[in-house]
Design a protein around this ligand. Structure first.
Ligand code: GDP
Ligand code: MN
Length: 385
């Protein structure tokens, strides 16, 4: 789960990382009020969960409360990379002397964290690496041993960070590490970490992504989830306990298990198609869950065909078949369904479906033997062949 900048900054502040004074606004009037309080010279920062807001016009400087009000009127409702601006974080303007970068991510290869530091910042980390390879350094941190001082010194020297900043940047790196561990984050980043004209070092931006699998241990963070930023369908799926991710193709995928879902998507790509989503009904899915899965997929207007690929282990194929039959009986399913059932109670499942097809004269269910065959059929149907 990705936090908004204003939420991340609050956590940063609580741990002792300096940030500019600021408040959240939901209307242009509030922006004006806050700007007056902060002395007029402010930055308006769109709170949308995407990077590169600055370049996309989502960060604006105002020199007076009136200007802030006028800018805010333009910014509210603006769409940045598909995200509508509904909140503006209003901060006092910093006079920037220099921009730097500090961040931690998970480094899967070393089963640890990567600490990345750069003595230049403000642009994407990829851009920094490409343009200033001598100004960026990285070290991996073993979570068992924790972060060592010598590792920090190493990145400070290798990134050619001016000595005068070492002491404070070291303190900020250590604090950021404890924020990362404490909140079970998978990414945290300050870009830019700013040196102001009067020599202060301040986090001008803040990013904190919490590991979803650890969220249950952090109810106070879970509360920060901004549902206006979550795809409606994903939200409904989450409430129903389904793992659903919306994608931009036209083949709706229902499979049991994440591995099965991914393999199914791979096959669809291999056949030249594009999945519309990833929907894992999990192990032991009941007929009720299968029905819900179908209804969630049908909320996506791009879906031209559904490919249900079930390999029954704990999941029973007859239960899945019943779910699909209920779905067909209770709602209108305007697209064809390709169904592959294998494993536990396969014969019963297939028999139930075959009988149902025969009795109701349904022509839009295609029962296939293998997942390769299923993927091929689904792609064909999606292309209207
Ligand atoms: P991002 O584009 O989404 O990463 O948003 P940032 O919060 O990093 O802001 C983008 C850029 O806006 C920064 O790199 C700064 O150059 C500029 N910026 C942000 N806050 C201030 C500020 O208080 N004063 C000034 N002068 N520039 C700022
Ligand atoms: Mn930034």
């Amino acid at each position: 789960m990705r936090l908004h900048e204003y939420q991340a900054k609050q956590i940063f502040r609580q741990h002792g990382i300096p940030t500019a004074r600021g408040e959240l606004a939901l209307t242009p009037e509030q922006v004006k009020e806050i700007a007056e309080k902060l002395g007029g010279k402010v930055v308006l920062k769109s709170q949308v969960l995407v990077g590169g807001r600055g370049k996309a016009g989502g960060i604006k400087l105002a020199n007076s409360a009136d200007e802030a009000y006028e800018l805010a009127k333009q910014m509210f409702g603006m769409v940045i990379k598909g995200h509508k601006v509904e909140k503006l974080y209003v901060e006092e303007q910093l006079e920037i002397e220099r921009e730097m970068y500090v961040g931690f991510t998970i480094d899967r290869a070393s089963k640890g964290f990567a600490l990345i530091v750069s003595s230049v910042g403000g642009m994407d980390i990829e851009e920094i690496a490409a343009k200033h390879p001598d100004r960026i350094a990285r070290v991996t941190v073993d979570p068992i041993y924790g972060l060592w001082d010598y590792q920090i010194r190493e990145v400070l020297y290798k990134s050619n960070m001016p000595k005068e900043y070492h002491r404070e940047v070291t303190r900020i790196i250590k604090t950021l590490y404890s924020i990362l561990v404490h909140n079970e984050a998978e990414l945290t980043e300050i870009n830019p970490l700013v040196v102001t004209k009067d020599g202060k070092i301040i986090a001008a931006d803040a990013r904190l992504n919490i590991d979803d699998n650890a969220l249950y241990r952090h109810p106070e963070l879970k509360e920060l989830k901004d549902y206006t930023e979550v795809d409606q369908t994903e939200r409904i799926a989450e409430e129903k306990g389904l793992n659903f991710v919306k994608l931009d193709g036209n083949i709706g995928v229902i499979a049991n298990g994440a591995g099965m879902s991914m393999a199914t998507m791979d096959l669809i790509y291999l056949e030249g198609g594009k999945p519309a989503n990833f929907l894992d009904v999990g192990g032991g899915a009941s007929s009720e869950v299968v029905k819900e899965a179908v209804s969630i997929i049908l909320m996506d207007e791009n879906v031209k065909v559904i490919f249900m690929n079930i390999f029954g282990g704990i999941t029973r194929c007859d239960e899945v078949a019943r779910g699909l039959i209920t779905a067909f009986s209770e709602m209108e399913i305007p697209v064809p369904v390709v169904l592959r059932l294998a494993g536990t109670n396969e014969e019963e499942g297939r028999k139930l479906i075959e009988e149902f097809i025969r009795e109701k004269g349904i022509e839009s269910i295609f029962l296939v033997e293998t997942m390769e065959e299923g993927a091929k059929k689904a792609v064909e149907l999606a292309k209207g062949v």
